[in-house]
Design a protein around this ligand. Structure first.
Ligand code: 5AD
Ligand code: SF4
Length: 454
């Protein structure tokens, strides 16, 4: 490779928001003349985009960062950048100043648009540069992006979160809710659809409150724009964009789901029959302590309405076990809710105390062995139901957006159904990026196996 060309490598931790931010960071680096490094160890700029949702994400980042120390010290011209959610916490930035002083640049989540300028400042001085903003400003549009896939794309519709669930660090690291203007979102989607994106996933911490931020907040508000779309309205507009074949979104908060969104599942041709609807717990007492603002009756009635509107809808969720004060009885309520809803799949988490959140200092912390025991019992039930639901696909033909070759087997490809199930199937390389019919021959708990229908 021509060594005149500078290269970059980005390590991304965490959720789709971070993956999308990394695409922006990559776009900015490419605009500045960098190209993706073939060999990450020889990259001229290395960026770590961090996550702080749970303690293991913090630990993983520090573990990986530590592995780069030797490389950086042997190549002082390499620029090491750390950014993302962890950097919005003063104790983390302090730790980097003290123990990882060889890091060149620290930036937070609110000033990502300043990355090109900060990078060039950091490279032209000795010692490290740190710029963290406490608050988000207005939404910054027209940032470049180097997207990972041409045929499916993440599109931010809002940033931040106003919900303050008592376990969650996100409102502190991502700031207050700001919605993007519908015209900016639609323009972006029209552009990427024209370039070949078939599937768009709308991103936000709480997409159901799109355009509903309190008065005086930065960003788009339906109350300020007569006739402006709310979330369901936005989906209806995207449904009309030529080329968009699949619409997905992440993540919805049950408290804000509207009847119009539920109707949209019956009426919008391209809205995928899947909803990720985090419930967190099946116990009303725990839901109250979590500040979730719905109870299990309301959650069950939302799921019933969704299934009425869209009988094939796949429902997936997030569950936390061992939240402070969770009793065995509360946990039984969670198991009962899981048996009642029969989720297609669920992400299960051990409660992880996050400094700065209300639940961190609760005196009712659940002992680790109890948490682990409940966790094991919960995933047993989830996996049993997941397997049972998966087996219903056996012998059916599904439409799969083929994402790429299977990691384990040449001649096989991997993709997702409309309901977001992973399918591994035999095919030819021309399937990649297309929506193709696949006959399901085998259905395991975590994925389906099939063959391309010619
Ligand atoms: N501990 C465990 N899980 C958490 N989540 C968020 N904060 C915590 C925490 N402190 C989970 C929730 C959320 C998902 C993204 O991560 O289930 O929906
Ligand atoms: Fe965290 Fe709750 Fe906001 Fe989701 S809705 S990001 S769990 S505070």
């Amino acid at each position: 490779m021509n060594k005149q060309v500078k290269t970059y490598h980005i390590v991304t931790f965490g959720c789709q928001m971070n993956e999308r931010d990394s695409e922006t960071l990559a776009g900015m680096l490419e605009d500045a003349g960098y190209i993706g490094a073939e060999d990450k160890t020889s990259a001229d700029v290395v960026v770590f985009n961090t996550c702080s949702i749970r303690d293991n994400a913090d630990k993983r980042f520090f573990g990986v960062l530590g592995q780069w120390k030797k490389r950086k010290l042997s190549r002082p011209d390499m620029t090491v950048v750390v950014c993302g959610c962890m950097m919005q916490q003063a104790h983390i930035v302090d730790a980097i100043h003290r123990k990882y002083s060889w890091v060149d640049l620290i930036l937070g989540t609110h000033n990502i648009h300043r990355f090109p300028e900060l990078l060039s400042d950091a490279q032209s001085r000795s010692g490290h540069l740190s710029e963290i903003w406490d608050d988000a400003g207005a939404v910054v549009e027209e940032l470049p992006a180097c997207r990972k896939y041409p045929f499916k794309a993440y599109v931010n519709i809002m940033y931040g979160c106003n919900n303050f669930c008592t376990y969650c660090i996100v409102p502190y690291t991502r700031g207050r809710e700001r919605s993007r203007r519908p015209e900016d979102i639609l323009l972006e989607i029209r552009e990427i659809a024209a370039q070949g994106a078939k599937e768009v996933t709308l991103l936000g911490q709480n997409v159901n409150s799109y355009g509903k931020s309190p008065q005086g907040s930065e960003g788009y508000r339906t109350d300020d724009v007569p006739g402006g779309p709310d979330f369901a309205g936005l989906i209806r507009m995207i449904d009309e964009i030529p080329g968009v074949e699949r619409i997905r979104f992440m993540t919805s908060h049950p408290k804000d789901i509207s009847d119009d969104l539920i109707r949209a599942y019956a009426e919008c041709k391209h809205l995928c029959p899947h909803i990720h609807l985090p419930v967190q717990s099946g116990s009303d007492a725990v839901l109250t302590k979590m500040n979730r603002k719905y109870d299990r009756t309301r959650y069950l009635s939302i799921v019933a309405s969704l299934r009425e509107s869209c009988p094939d809808i796949a429902v997936t969720t997030d569950l936390i076990v061992g939240f402070p004060g969770e009793s065995e009885e509360d946990f039984q309520d969670t198991l009962d809710l899981v048996e009642t809803v029969r989720f297609d799949s669920a992400f299960t988490f051990l409660y992880s105390p996050r400094k700065g959140t209300p639940a961190y200092s609760s005196a009712e912390q659940v002992p680790n062995d109890v948490k682990h025991d409940r966790f094991d019992r919960l995933i047993e039930v989830i996996h049993r139901i997941q397997g049972e639901k998966s087996r219903l696909y056996q012998g059916t033909t599904v439409q799969v957006l083929a994402e790429g070759p299977s990691r384990t087997d040449a001649g096989r490809f991997t993709g997702r159904t409309e309901s977001s199930k992973v399918v591994d199937f035999s095919g030819t390389p021309d399937v990649v990026g297309r929506i193709v019919p696949v006959r399901i021959t085998d259905a395991g708990t975590f994925s389906l196996t099939g063959e391309l229908v010619r």
